[in-house]
Design a protein around this ligand. Structure first.
Ligand SMILES: [Zn+2]
Ligand SMILES: [Zn+2]
Length: 90
């Protein structure tokens, strides 16, 4: 499938399973330059480890608000702002 390096459990020496890819850390209030992680879990001892997301290269900086977001997704901040701006013009 994907050409990702296999993460090995340091205790069991078995490949860890990727549970969540590219998970944005931090709160929505601090959404600028959020750190993305891949979450891996060992199928044997259930150890959970976080790795810096390998999809980091796919992030682009929104020219409007400066938020980093995935290339293939719309800027969530601008989508929110557009929704709020629709109520008043100034
Ligand atoms: Zn393990
Ligand atoms: Zn934006």
């Amino acid at each position: 499938m994907e050409n990702k390096a296999v993460k090995m459990c340091p205790h069991c020496y078995v490949p860890m399973e990727e549970k969540v890819a590219n998970y944005p850390m931090g709160s929505a209030l601090l959404s600028v330059d959020r750190f993305h992680v891949d979450i891996y879990c060992c199928p044997q001892c259930k150890l959970v480890k976080l790795f810096a997301a390998e999809a980091e290269d796919n992030l682009v900086k929104c020219p409007v608000c400066g938020t980093m977001h995935p290339k293939n997704e719309k800027c969530a901040i601008c989508a929110l702002n557009t929704a709020f701006d629709g109520r008043h013009n100034n």
